[in-house]
Design a protein around this ligand. Structure first.
Ligand SMILES: Nc1ncnc2c1ncn2[C@@H]1O[C@H](COP(=O)(O)OP(=O)(O)OP(=O)(O)O)[C@@H](O)[C@H]1O
Ligand SMILES: [Mg+2]
Length: 363
């Protein structure tokens, strides 16, 4: 078991800095996911932790020990890559034991570790096969097995599932989460898929352009995003945003004027900001309900298309003229494209962000 600590970690390629002084403490045994759009620095961070990339400045500590200058092989880490190469001419068993033989480990110890990993990953029946005789998911398990046998303090995964088809990805997601439960090791997992992050992580670091925008549990990020980037990145479908201003503020209520002459009243204790401030209101597709009448409505939603999934319905359209908007209602709906639907917000679930700083005004 080992904590993993990053202090003011920076990386430059030539004159271009791509990781800008990241601070992070991952607790022992935690499953931490780095998520963010392509090019934000996820792999670079992971490779600096692994020792595969020079650190420009700052520190990496594993279990409290400074490892910034320790070679990769001695850091007690093991990494699974997006494109993992198994040795095609070796059996599964040989693929699993090869790395340990290179370390001149005793035969019995190798046998023990390989058998243990095979049992854990449920590949015992496949031990004599060659990689070419395995399915994609089985190959992925062997690749993970190669890291498991090294009994590392910390596991690092860089998009290990991105080469698999959708169904297998979901299954492997569950397997890696189960592996984490069984082993209890600290794990860092990189993905650009926020659903993967939400379903697997104890803690998520949302990255953008070389910085961590927010670090927290999946539900912290979903419920309390600190800025519009995190609010828009975490959660599916993407949060709806409407431009507006703070029109009025009393001891109890705050009134927002929104595009399309819409007006919304929220609890003053929940939302900061002063009268006249320009804001963006954010509301998730499933945090609205149909109003009984236009008088009761806070938004008029011009529905353009409808997706009936049986158990739930997605409505796509616009609010205030041309701001695209999505609403998710439970069950089946009579609403069709072309309808103008009066909607009410669930006020305690509405987000308000300062338009200039993009920061949340929720208190
Ligand atoms: N060897 C390199 N030389 C110069 N720039 C690099 C090098 N490797 C990465 N970069 C740049 O560093 C930034 C971060 O890259 P990185 O691979 O960490 O992104 P990522 O978040 O893993 O993206 P992806 O989701 O596409 O894998 C990118 O802008 C990339 O172009
Ligand atoms: Mg990457």
């Amino acid at each position: 078991m080992a904590t993993l600590e990053l202090k003011e970690l920076r990386k430059s390629y030539g004159d271009t800095e791509v990781v800008h002084g990241v601070n992070l403490l991952i607790e022992s045994g935690e499953f931490c996911v780095f998520v963010g759009p392509s090019g934000c620095g996820k792999s670079t961070m992971l490779r600096m932790i692994a020792g595969l990339e020079d650190i420009t400045s700052g520190d990496v500590k594993i279990a409290g020990d400074l490892v910034s200058n320790v070679p990769a092989a001695q850091r007690g880490l093991a990494m699974v890559f997006q494109s993992y190469a198994l040795y095609p001419h070796m059996s599964v068993k040989q693929n699993l034991s090869f790395g340990l033989e290179n370390m001149r480990m005793a035969r019995e110890e190798i046998e023990r570790r390989v058998a243990e990993a095979a049992r854990m990953l449920q590949i015992e029946e496949l031990m004599q096969r060659k990689p070419g005789q395995l399915s994609g998911g089985q190959r992925q398990r062997v690749a993970i097995g190669r890291t498991v046998v090294r009994e590392p303090k910390v596991f690092l995964f860089d998009e290990p599932l991105s080469n698999l088809d959708a169904e297998l990805r979901v299954a492997m997601r569950g397997e890696i989460a189960a592996l984490h439960k069984r082993l209890g090791n600290t794990m860092v997992y990189v993905t650009h898929d926020q659903v993967e992050a939400m379903t697997m992580a104890d803690k998520i670091a949302v990255m953008r352009a070389g910085i961590i925008e927010q670090y927290g549990t999946p539900l912290d990020l979903y419920n309390y995003p600190t800025n519009t980037f995190v609010a828009g990145f975490i959660g599916s479908p993407r949060m709806n945003f409407l431009d507006g201003t703070i029109a009025e503020r009393t001891a109890d209520t705050v009134t927002l004027k929104l595009v399309g002459d819409h007006s919304v009243e929220l609890d003053a204790k929940q939302i900061g900001g002063g009268v006249g401030d320009t804001i963006e209101m954010g509301v998730r597709a499933n945090h609205l309900e149909l109003a009984r009448s236009e008088a009761e409505a806070e938004l008029i939603f011009a529905v353009q298309s409808v997706e009936q999934l049986g158990g739930e319905t997605y409505l796509y359209g616009a609010v205030g003229g041309d701001v695209s908007f999505t609403v998710n209602v439970q069950g089946q709906s009579e609403i069709v494209g072309g309808d103008k639907v009066p909607m009410k917000l669930k006020p305690e679930l509405v987000h308000v962000f300062d338009k200039d700083t993009t920061l949340s005004l929720r208190q």
